[in-house]
Ligand binder design. Structure first.
Ligand code: ATP
Length: 230
């Protein structure tokens, strides 16, 4: 399998002195659903911010698809780091049209991504009436515009009710089944266990273990990788 993302010895020290990442090395293979698992403050968002070129690393390197991140490479990556600012009084379709124009994606993709996230029947409804789960699904639809090969998601089920959580997890698995690679930051072992094929466990900015989820769970005491109560 080709590697989608390779991170080598990545470190990040924020101004003010917080060492958010220390020598992080990991590889995401094409076709995997890769969980970045760790408690709050372990460095997940920092890692994603660096590899998406939103933050500067203090040290280390990363490659997407075997090369450094360029404008063309960015088109191959769909990301949700935070919920996008949708226009409250515009419909789901109208909001996606605006994002499609920014991403230079074809408007014909809009109905298809709305179908993928289960919002096609609500395409004419105003965003402001959407539940949190629907808003998150619209964010997923926006990330899917442009048909990226990789989807990068930071805690996509945070704050959702159980139904919303199940829907978002289902969409992630469906999108992965279509052949896209998923990188998913989460603080929930349960979520990573249910959704992901591979994982890297972070604690205090350091990698504890990485590999196939089933292999890690078979080899390590769950206490080592449990993050919810840390
Ligand atoms: P969370 O789920 O809470 O976002 P996380 O695993 O994504 O956690 P990060 O947000 O990457 O972790 O934070 C890693 C460490 O870096 C934490 O100690 C955090 O307080 C610190 N940190 C994050 N952003 C900044 C910043 N802009 N300036 C200084 N310190 C920061």
């Amino acid at each position: 399998m080709a590697n989608v993302l390779e991170i080598q010895n990545l470190s990040k020290k924020y101004p003010g002195g917080v060492q958010a990442l220390q020598q992080l090395t990991l590889t995401v293979e094409a076709g995997s659903i890769y969980g970045l698992l760790g408690p709050n403050g372990s460095g997940k968002t920092t890692t994603l911010g660096i590899v998406l070129d939103v933050l500067q690393a203090s040290q280390g390197t990363y490659n997407w698809f075997g090369q450094s991140l360029k404008k063309e490479t960015k088109r191959r990556i769909g990301a949700i780091l935070e919920t996008p600012n949708f226009y409250p009084y515009l419909s789901a379709s109208q909001n996606l049209k605006i994002i499609a124009d920014i991403k230079l994606a074809n408007h014909r993709e809009i109905d298809s991504v709305l179908q993928t996230v289960g919002l096609f029947p609500r395409r004419h409804s105003a965003f402001k009436g959407f539940s949190l789960g629907m808003k998150q699904r619209l964010a997923l639809a926006a990330a899917l515009l442009g048909d990226p090969e990789v989807l990068v998601l930071d805690e996509p089920t945070n704050g959702l009710d159980p139904q919303g959580i199940a829907e978002v997890r289902g969409i992630i698995q469906q999108v992965a089944a279509q052949g896209k690679t998923i990188i998913l930051a989460s603080h929930l072992l349960d979520e990573v266990q249910k959704v992901c094929t591979h994982m890297a466990v972070l604690q205090a900015g350091k990698l504890k273990v990485a590999g196939r989820v089933d292999a890690i769970l078979a080899q390590h005491d769950q206490v080592i990788i449990r993050t919810e109560n840390i």
